[in-house]
Design a protein around this ligand. Structure first.
Ligand SMILES: [Zn+2]
Length: 176
């Protein structure tokens, strides 16, 4: 049974995008970062998942369009302090389907060309591409990196929160 469901979910990812445009189909799925091979190779920690919605339609100029919405969090490595850094992504691509480079060049600027040939379109690859394009070239904590160190229990933290029972010995001694 597991094998069957695995197969069917893999098959579902290979689609004919033009057919989906005619049907005005909407694909909604959730992808674990650990299942996105190329994203996994680019992040510091492979936890987390992405919610993905892809809506297919034909616009007023007759272009086949995929309006996407991908949300999720990736963990990158801050290039300043080398600690983990969570980055929330909210990606809203507008992809214009084309069958050739020439057609891609004629697309309006607001559409990002997605060239598809005779082979089916692999939805997982589209999801990977969009996440990779949204990653910063150099990841750095937005604010001071030291904030991470302050949360470290071994750091120069507040004695009262670190050792709530430090007076216990004294209290016991006084009780005798
Ligand atoms: Zn940092």
């Amino acid at each position: 049974m597991y094998y069957y469901s695995f197969m069917s979910s893999r098959m579902k990812e290979l689609v004919d995008p033009f057919q989906l445009v005619e049907r005005q189909a909407v694909i909604e799925d959730v992808y674990a970062v650990s299942d996105l091979e190329r994203v996994r190779a680019a992040v510091f920690d492979t936890g987390g998942e992405f919610k993905v919605r892809l809506a297919f339609h034909r616009d007023a100029a007759r272009h086949g369009v995929i309006v996407g919405h991908l949300t999720g969090t990736v963990t990158l490595q801050c290039q300043r302090c080398l600690e983990a850094m969570a980055l929330d992504l909210d990606i809203r691509p507008q992809l214009g389907l084309c069958t050739s480079e020439a057609e891609a060049e004629r697309l309006p600027d607001e559409l990002e060309p997605l060239i598809v040939g005779d082979a089916p379109l692999n939805i997982r690859e589209v999801v990977e591409d969009e996440i990779l394009l949204a990653l910063p070239i150099v990841a750095r904590h937005a604010r001071a990196c030291g904030q991470v160190a302050a949360a470290d229990p071994e750091g120069p933290a507040d004695e009262d929160t670190r050792r709530p029972f430090r007076d216990l010995r004294k209290m016991l001694d006084e009780g005798e």
